[in-house]
Design a protein around this ligand. Sequence first.
Ligand code: B12
Ligand code: SF4
Length: 457
Amino acid sequence: MNILLISANLETKPAPVYPLGVSRLATFLKAQGHTVRVFDCLVHGRLETLQDVIDEFQPGLVGLSLRNIDNTESENTRDYVTGYQELMVQVRAATPAPVVLGGPAYSMFPEVLLKTLQADFGIPGPGEEPLARLARGLEQNQMPETVLGLLIRRRDALAVIHTDPVVKTVEVSARVERDAELAEYYWTRGGSLNAQTQLGCRHACVYCTYPHIDGPGCRPLGAQAAAEDLQRLASEFGVTHAFVVDSVFNLHSGHAEEFCRNLIRLGRPVTWTCFCEPGKLPDGFLNLMAEAGCTHIEFGTDSLSDEVLAAYSKPFRLADILRWSQAAAAAGIHQAHFLILGGPGETMDTISQTFQRSREITPAAFFPYLGMRIFPHTPLHRIAVHEGVVLPEDNLLAPKFYFSQRTPAAWLNRQVEAQGKLDTRWISPATWKQNEAVMEKLRARGKKGPLWEYLAH
Ligand code: B12
Ligand code: SF4
């Protein structure tokens, strides 16, 4: 079957990101004998050429990959759903082929988005196998009722064929065939290409949507295959820096160490960035990561108050954060801490603790998010409904943020702005615009990687 995969993401901040999920689907579908074409709205300029591509390719199925719903920022909120609706109108005008939705954004709002965008099908979670089965079914003129995890929209009613949101048995490979044109675009403008070594996360933080996106639990993709995938970024595209997109790279230290040893064996083909949780820290772990090429860690730290970390159900505490921070500094790895201020349990005291304790973490950049974006089917959603912050019938597609009653939004904004003036390593929403300009200049000069180490002085 001719399958057109469209990456709908137009966001370029903090960097344009290569649509890795789309390439993974394309790799899998091609191996199953389908003919696949990828249309990236950011790269191929959606309104001008989508019609031409469809006329020429004549797809039998169109897959729309939806990455972001919004930017999860309570100040300067950007909402992408209107853009997806416009894109859907373009697709419908161009082809009678059925449209299937997928991607992280879709996985968080499967039923709501299927109805809002009036698509035919939706597949939450990793899409390889279900999408291939859907294509095969359509090709054979069979109704796809047997495809596990598929959502079908019929005349505005929704038939959920399988209530399990994610096909657990899905086989996912670390090896991805990337598109050379896209690789060139994102490498030049984004300063990295991406790769993945494992899916999911075994924790259950109060606000987190990852179990809906990646499926339950944590599934390593094979340490050797993942390391070889990074090597291909260097050998095929001349890439020198990669972003390892695992939700939490160090979930299984055994897997992470094996991945690092494989990279060292391959001669450390690229430097790389990853997300880590400051939890258990095996001896020599960060030195091994540094030796394998890790230059930047983004920590999902959230808060520097144990009270708040407990309320957010984080699997680590301040002492762990400090231990990781010191070990990262000693290993020469740049560190950034992403904070979510004002969630459940936050008070004026815990905010001031977080400000003060950040002095002990150096060198580092701090990215505070103000308020907590409320997503469906999370513990936070239940808290927000219970406290009357959102109505039970609110589908939450339009972003809503939770602020602890003891740290109202306006107060928190003023505090964070003041903190940003006091300590410029705190990249507050107010200073973000000027920082974006700095990053654009650095990228124009050919600097690679996430670049936040240049902002934090
Ligand atoms: C890594 C990451 C980043 C990195 C990216 C680095 C890089 N160079 O790639 C950084 C830190 C830069 C980043 C930035 C942002 N991110 Co981010 N990011 C992620 C993360 C952890 C992984 C995404 C990923 O690459 N996954 C791996 C690929 C292979 O999987 P995939 O894309 O999901 O594809 C699979 C399935 O979804 C499905 N699928 C995909 N497309 C399709 C299509 C069809 C038709 C089908 C059937 C299936 C299907 O099959 C694929 C293969 O299995 C996700 C969370 C998550 N677990 O998904 C958040 C996430 C996507 N990010 C999110 C956000 C909000 C952002 C930012 C807007 C944050 C900000 N304010 O700056 C920016 C936007 C950047 C941009 N230009 O778009 C949100 C989006 C949710 C929302 N609220 O809208 C997520 C879900 C995290 C969250 N907060 O919940 N991000
Ligand atoms: S550690 Fe990160 S990915 Fe895992 S549940 Fe918590 S917030 Fe989500």
